[in-house]
Design a protein around this ligand. Structure first.
Ligand code: NCD
Ligand code: ZN
Length: 352
């Protein structure tokens, strides 16, 4: 039976939510990933140092790795401050001033920019991309080496939104050559073409966008659990994404964009956008890479590239997967995962 071991898998785009949802789903990511970049689109969005620190604490608490009282464990040497899962925190982009950024810089890994109203809880995002208005913030971020993660969609026709956003990426990358800009969850050939145009552009790719096209969402019976932003595009787009993921292009990393919503919010008239993949992402990635004869490149895609792009050193974690059937549960505490009830070809055997 084929086996594959991944070291320190990282999910560089994750929605962990808050409250009961966080309590219900947080540990699924903490189990198989060494760390994740946590999206700030709560209600209200994470936009102060206090909110960011408090949210990180709630995450740690929810995944059962609440920082213990160090003194209590000193004698027996069992103190472990993070349980092997690091929530890499982000703030919701606003035109922050330099003093604010300097004060919060140590606590965060990136700042996430949403165009206003383009996706779940993004109403407070950027309304018009006025480069001069954004310049003080973006230049300060570049000086402090804080990456800018971007949800790159306009409010145009849904299939064209990402491609239409390319001139904004172009403008940002040109005006702020020292700013690391991460094109989040790319779905189009247009974005892949843009990636190599500027040295300071990087990208995340989800697992669902490697697997589905719009046909899977709406070509037959409507599949609400595959509906997300950005919407899955054409097979040609998926083919280009697959190519750069499989070759583990050094500017590309895995980011699940796993975005849980309660079953009722998905299976309803007015379906919420988001695909829930956190508990099956590594199994699916193993399958995709193995089928294409590229299993050796998965380590870079799922960890090493992110470590060098973000300059992070995750906690040691070793995840061993085996080519053995895994039946995906119908729900995880009221959240329906992608491929619910279906059988995957790989399962997680062991996590050390
Ligand atoms: C995300 C969510 O639900 O927070 N939804 C989604 O479809 N991906 C927001 C986002 O990343 O766009
Ligand atoms: Zn997202």
């Amino acid at each position: 039976m084929k086996q594959h071991t991944l070291l320190m898998p990282l999910d560089m785009h994750l929605h962990l939510r808050d409250g009961l949802m966080l309590e219900n789903i947080g540990s699924l990511s903490a189990y198989s990933f060494s760390g994740a970049l946590i999206m700030p689109n709560l209600v209200p969005p994470v936009s102060t140092k206090e909110e960011l620190i408090a949210y990180k604490e709630r995450i740690k608490h929810a995944i059962g790795v609440e920082a213990a009282d160090e003194d209590e464990f000193d004698d027996i040497g069992e103190f472990c401050d993070d349980g092997g899962f690091e929530p890499y925190m982000t703030l919701f982009y606003q035109n922050y001033d330099e003093n604010f950024l300097a004060d919060v810089a140590e606590e965060l890994t990136a700042i996430k920019l949403y165009p206003a109203g383009i996706t779940t809880n993004s109403e407070g995002g950027v309304k018009n991309f006025d480069i001069e208005e954004m310049r003080p913030t973006l230049e300060a971020m570049a000086r402090m080496d804080i990456p800018l993660c971007v949800h790159g969609e306009t409010d145009g026709f849904v299939m064209d939104r990402e491609a239409e956003f390319m001139n904004i990426y172009d403008e940002l990358a040109t005006n702020f050559p020292d700013l690391k800009i991460i094109m989040e969850h790319i779905t189009t050939k247009a974005a892949v073409d843009m990636l190599d145009k500027h040295a300071n552009l990087y990208a995340t790719i989800t697992v669902h966008h490697l697997l589905i096209s719009l046909d899977d969402v709406a070509g037959g019976m409507l599949k609400p659990h595959l509906f997300c932003k950005p919407i899955a595009k054409r097979p040609e787009d998926r083919a280009v994404l697959l190519k750069i993921a499989l070759e583990a292009h050094p500017k590309v990393m895995f980011g699940s964009d796993s975005a849980p919503h309660p079953k009722e919010a998905k299976e309803s008239c007015g379906c919420a956008a988001g695909v829930f993949t956190a508990p099956i992402a590594l199994q699916l990635l193993c399958d995709i890479f193995e089928k294409n004869g590229k299993l050796d490149n998965l380590q870079s895609f799922v960890s090493d590239n992110a470590q060098s792009i973000y300059g992070i050193c995750p906690e040691f974690k070793e995840v061993t997967l085996v080519q053995e059937d895994f039946k995906v549960p119908e729900t995880y505490k009221g959240v329906v995962p992608m491929y619910a009830g279906e059988t995957l070809a790989w399962s997680i055997e062991d996590v050390d």
